[in-house]
Design a protein around this ligand. Structure first.
Ligand SMILES: NC(=O)c1ccc[n+]([C@@H]2O[C@H](COP(=O)([O-])OP(=O)(O)OC[C@H]3O[C@@H](n4cnc5c(N)ncnc54)[C@H](O)[C@@H]3O)[C@@H](O)[C@H]2O)c1
Length: 365
C-alpha cells in the first residue's frame, strides 16, 4: 500500500475461536451476535461500481468502512473522503498492515478484473489478479484472525446451464477464465472454512445494473461492456448505435435474456449476508430478481425512459454467450430475508439514466 509502512504480523491462529460478542446455542450450535452494527470493515474494490454502492450502504448502517483498492479500474471520486487506502490485493504485507492498524473485523471482497473477453485474451492476468490476489487476502485475514468475508462471485461460475431459472445446485462449469477464476476462489473459501473457521458468503450476482437514485454514484467502466450503460451512451450520443449480438437465439424475441439486479439491492444483500456469517460455514447464494429481460426489451426500456431514439444494429452472435441466464433467487430470500426492491426494468434504467445524464464523462479523470 502506497504511503504506509508495513507493521508486525500477529500470532497466527490455527483455528479461529468464538469471536467477542458471540454466543453459541447449546442445542443447535448456531452462533448469534449482539450488535453487528459498528463493525470495522475493509472493502476491497470499493472504488468500483458495485463496491462503492456497498460502502455507502454499510456506512449508512453504522459500520466503520475503509476501501482498499489499487484504482486499476476504480475511481477515487467514488470513495467517501478519507476512506481510501490505495494498494493491491497482491501486496500481502500491506493488507496485514491495514488489518492490524485499523483493527479490521470483516472483509467485503469486490476487487477483481471482470471482463470476459480480456480474460480469454489474457487468462494468466485473471488468475494472477483474481485468484492469487484472493489467496493473498485470505492469507492476510488468517494471519490477523479476521474470519468474516463476503465475496463477489458471479453467475459466470455456472457457465451455460441447461436449466432455467438457475439454482445454486446447478453444476459449476465456467466457460471462460473470468468465471473459472471466480470458481477457484469459491473453492479456496470452502477449504479455508473447513480448515481455519473462515465464515463466508459467496454472492453470485447476475447482471448488476442501475445507480444510486441520488445520481452521485454509478457505473463507469472503461471499456464499458455492460448493456444498459452502452445503450444509454447511444442515447447520449457518446456512441452512434448499440449492437445486438445475435437475434436468432431460442428466446421469445431471438435476443439474449439476462436477469438485471439493481446495485442497491446487491448492497443490501451484502449487509444481510454479513450479519449471517458463521465461523466455519459458507453461504453460496444467487442474487438476481428471477425475472429475465431480452436485449430488445432493455433497448425499449431505455427508449421509454430517455425519450430518445436509440439506433440498434444486429450483429453476429458472440462466442460463449448463453441464450438465457435468469436466477432462481429463492435461497437468498429464504436465508437472508432478501427481496429485491427494484423489480421493474424501467425503474432500474431511470436510476442509471440519472447518473449518466449528470455524469456524461463518468467520474472523469
Ligand atoms: N458488475 C456486474 O454485473 C457483476 C456481475 C457479477 C459479479 N461481479 C463481481 O462484482 C465485483 C465488482 O464488480 P464491478 O462491476 O464493481 O467491477 P469494477 O471493475 O467496477 O470494480 C472492481 C474494483 O476492484 C479494483 N481492483 C481490481 N483488482 C485489484 C487488485 N488486485 N487490488 C486492489 N483492487 C483491485 C479495481 O480498481 C476496481 O475499483 C467483481 O468481483 C465482479 O467479478 C460483478
Amino acid at each position: 500500500m502506497r504511503g504506509r509502512k508495513a507493521c508486525q504480523v500477529r500470532q497466527q491462529p490455527q483455528v479461529l475461536e468464538l469471536p467477542d460478542g458471540a454466543s453459541r446455542c447449546k442445542s443447535t450450535g448456531q452462533i448469534t451476535y449482539q450488535g453487528l452494527h459498528g463493525m470495522r470493515i475493509l472493502v476491497t474494490g470499493g472504488a468500483g461500481y458495485v463496491g462503492s454502492h456497498a460502502v455507502r450502504r454499510l456506512m449508512a448502517a453504522g459500520h466503520e468502512v475503509w476501501v482498499y483498492d489499487d484504482l486499476s479500474r476504480g475511481h477515487a471520486a467514488a470513495v467517501p473522503e478519507g476512506r481510501l487506502l490505495v494498494g493491491s490485493l497482491c501486496e500481502q504485507q500491506c493488507l496485514i498492515d491495514v488489518f492490524q492498524s485499523h483493527d479490521i473485523e470483516a472483509v467485503m471482497h469486490f476487487a477483481a478484473l471482470t471482463l470476459v473477453a480480456e480474460s480469454v485474451a489474457d487468462p494468466l492476468l485473471y488468475y494472477q489478479n483474481n485468484v492469487c490476489g484472493s489467496l493473498s487476502l485470505l492469507s492476510a485475514m488468517r494471519r490477523c484472525g479476521v474470519w468474516r468475508l463476503v465475496f463477489s462471485s458471479t453467475t459466470a461460475v455456472y457457465g451455460a446451464p441447461q436449466q432455467q431459472p438457475i439454482s445454486e445446485d446447478a453444476p459449476r462449469q465456467p466457460i471462460n477464465p473470468y468465471g473459472t477464476s471466480k470458481l477457484m476462489v469459491e473453492l479456496m473459501l470452502e477449504d479455508a472454512a473447513a480448515a481455519y473457521g473462515l465464515g463466508f458468503a459467496a454472492l453470485r450476482y447476475f447482471n448488476a445494473a442501475g445507480a444510486s437514485p441520488a445520481g452521485d454514484l454509478g457505473e463507469d467502466h472503461s471499456p464499458e461492456t455492460h448493456l444498459i450503460p452502452l445503450v444509454l451512451h447511444a442515447a447520449m450520443g457518446r456512441r452512434s448505435h448499440v449492437t445486438v449480438f445475435g437475434d436468432d437465439y431460442p428466446t421469445p424475441d431471438g435476443t439474449c435474456v439476462r436477469d438485471y439486479v439493481h446495485v442497491e439491492d446487491l448492497a443490501e444483500a451484502h449487509l444481510l449476508a454479513l450479519e449471517r456469517l458463521q465461523p466455519g460455514q459458507g453461504l453460496k447464494l444467487n442474487l438476481g430478481t428471477g425475472q429475465g429481460y431480452s436485449v430488445r426489451q432493455v433497448i425499449e426500456a431505455c427508449r421509454r425512459v430517455t425519450g430518445r431514439p436509440i439506433r440498434a444494429e444486429v450483429g453476429q452472435r458472440r462466442p460463449g454467450d448463453p441464450a438465457s441466464l435468469v436466477a432462481d433467487p429463492s435461497r437468498a430470500k429464504q436465508v437472508l430475508g432478501w427481496t429485491p426492491h427494484y423489480t421493474d426494468l424501467d425503474r432500474i434504467v431511470e436510476t442509471a439514466w440519472r447518473w449518466h445524464r449528470s455524469h456524461p464523462q463518468g467520474y472523469g479523470q
